[in-house]
Design a protein around this ligand. Structure first.
Ligand SMILES: Cc1cc2nc3c(=O)[nH]c(=O)nc-3n(C[C@H](O)[C@H](O)[C@H](O)COP(=O)(O)OP(=O)(O)OC[C@H]3O[C@@H](n4cnc5c(N)ncnc54)[C@H](O)[C@@H]3O)c2cc1C
Length: 530
């Protein structure tokens, strides 16, 4: 007999809910978490300025009506410490701690067809067996530091935003270099600029950002909103992105130009990325419509940044807006009006090396006391590929994914019986409100396991043909949009040598859920039970 019914790898939003869901279903479960605390993204990314960019009313669990009524968020977009407090509250409230093992990295997981068990090996050499293996390792948890010659010689401290010191980093009076201007770089930069003697922002790609218009949650609004939270959650489940967004429902290209500008401005003033991009139906599928929105955003940069040369460098032109994760900030562009902030264009003059006293680019040397890397993640597949996962016949998952990650329905890789991936490749994952997508996957996986158990099946496995057909569909949908036009982490373009495959599913959260439900209703079509 296996030690456990279910072994879960990771204890972020996904692992925490998996422990609760499986335990509530009467199964034995244990989550193994590499970090010294739970929370995943919200444990590791404790850099100043870290906050979510999906509103708190959406970016929270919906599985417990009592939890959603009792918990009050302080802000529209809460900062990292508050999200982490929330996740710890969930673990306390539902008594999850006994089934979570911290500071334990899973290094290998091996399928044994004889016993129909997975053997999970952890960094301390311990082994546990489980009937089912659930990866909750996160789409954005394998962080990336660029390999810069000489980094080891740098005399000052350097940090990656996803491994920030828990007691903080003090930049007061220092000359700081920041590399990376995506969502995280844009969040951390104004915080560093507020205290540093000088901040140098090394920019390879100029990115689009919309304002958050972050604000405290008004208690009257909260009361009124919570009165019908259940209906709202249902709308979220049926929506395209996992957040109900009242769009115009029309294409921008059929609207009079001045109406489009008025609509975009109203949404710009209200703040938030999803409502802004979701205003018109054609923005992410038609380049001409996309250009209208992109130019609107460039105009906002031109009117915010005083120096036209700096503004010019900040204008995003390399990709359609929305095809890379849309950044959100209330103060990033205005920060460049400070005399103590310098934008350095490393597209035209790349960083060549690090020296003890600073950074060398193709045309200059910058004296620095500290370096910050906001250089992101080996997304979607990176954390899982770091584990030696062996399926039927000892086949390695990393090997199977050499040409790009894949799985049936974004949840089950063929050739790996009794293994499921929460928000895996081929699911809406990073292009949705992830908490909602996580809940949907965990509940679907739990129901699939219970289905197998109820019928006395020891194994459940996706068929290769179902996986092939699903991934072909994922690709077809992606290529009907503008997303593949960007060199983004969605495609693996940020990792040297990684195959470029667009794996998030763009068919919409609601239709995706309906498809998963239909597969289950048809007796888990595309899966083989034995
Ligand atoms: C700064 C930042 C802001 C974000 N904001 C939003 C937002 O506003 N809205 C949104 O929808 N999404 C956002 N995301 C995406 C975010 O990752 C997800 O919303 C969500 O937190 C993912 O939860 P998870 O449990 O799937 O993964 P994670 O939170 O990444 O947790 C995975 C856990 O698995 C652990 N792990 C990995 N490998 C192993 C191993 N081998 N052994 C043991 N443990 C392991 C990791 O240590 C980690 O704790 C953001 C991401 C970042 C980085």
């Amino acid at each position: 007999m296996a030690d456990l019914d279910v072994a879960v790898v990771g204890a972020g939003f996904a692992g925490i809910y998996a422990v609760h869901a499986f335990r509530s279903a009467g199964l034995t479960v244990r989550a193994f978490e590499a970090g010294g605390g739970i929370g995943g993204t919200w444990f590791w990314n404790c850099y100043p300025g870290a906050r979510c960019d999906v509103e708190s009313k959406d970016y929270s669990y919906s599985f417990s009506p009592e939890l959603e009524q009792d918990w009050s968020w302080s802000e529209r977009y809460p900062a990292q410490p508050e999200v982490l407090r929330y996740l710890n509250h969930v673990a306390d409230r539902f008594g999850l701690w006994p089934d979570i093992q911290l500071s334990t990295r899973v290094t290998a997981a091996t399928w044994d067809p004889g016993s129909s068990h997975w053997t999970v090996t952890t960094g301390d050499g311990q082994r546990r067996t489980a009937r089912f293996l659930i990866s909750a390792v996160g789409c954005l948890s394998a962080y990336q530091v660029p390999s810069l010659p000489g980094l080891e010689t740098f005399a000052g401290p350097w940090y990656h935003t996803s491994r920030w010191p828990r007691d903080g980093a003090d930049f007061t009076g220092l000359r700081v270099g920041l590399i990376g201007t995506g969502s995280t770089g844009i969040q951390v930069a104004p915080e560093i600029a507020a205290v540093a003697e000088h901040l140098y922002v090394f920019q390879r790609t100029a990115n689009f950002a919309v304002p958050n218009r972050n604000r405290a949650v008004d208690p009257d609004w909260e009361r009124a909103f919570k009165a019908d939270y259940r209906t709202y959650r249902k709308q979220a489940q049926e929506s395209f992105l996992g957040v109900p967004i009242p769009g115009t429902g029309r294409p921008a290209l059929t609207e009079p130009a001045e109406d489009v500008q008025r609509t975009l401005m109203a949404r710009w003033q209200a703040g938030g990325g999803m409502p802004f991009l979701g205003a018109y139906t054609d923005v992410l599928v038609d380049r001409a419509a996309n250009d209208i929105v992109a130019e609107f955003m460039r105009d906002r940069i031109r009117e915010t940044v005083a120096d036209p040369a700096v503004a010019g460098l900040l204008l995003p032109r390399a990709y359609p807006v929305g095809a890379k994760r849309l950044c959100q900030s209330d103060d990033y562009f205005a920060m460049f009006n400070r005399p103590t902030v310098t934008l350095v264009d490393i597209r035209s003059a790349p960083v060549s090396s690090v020296a003890p006293s600073g950074l060398r680019t193709a045309d200059a040397f910058y004296e620095l006391d500290a370096l910050v890397f906001a250089t992101g993640f080996d997304a979607i597949s990176g954390a899982l590929r770091q584990i030696d996962v062996r399926g039927t016949g000892g086949v390695s998952l990393a090997g199977e994914w050499a040409a790009g990650p894949r799985s049936y329905l974004g949840v089950a890789p063929a050739g790996f019986p009794n293994m499921f991936i929460v928000t895996g490749p081929g699911s809406p994952s990073v292009l949705s409100n992830m908490v909602l997508s996580i809940e949907q996957h965990v509940e679907w996986i739990r129901d699939c396991v219970l289905h197998a158990d109820a019928r006395g099946h020891a194994t459940v496995e996706a068929t290769p043909s179902a996986e092939d057909a699903w991934m072909a569909h994922v690709t077809e949908v992606a290529y009907s949009t503008l997303f593949p036009l960007a060199d983004s982490w969605y495609t693996g373009a940020n990792i040297p040598g990684k195959p470029r495959v667009f794996t998030p599913y763009l068919g919409g959260v609601g239709p995706y859920r309906a498809r998963c439900d239909a597969v289950a209703a048809a007796g888990y079509e595309g899966f083989v039970f034995s």
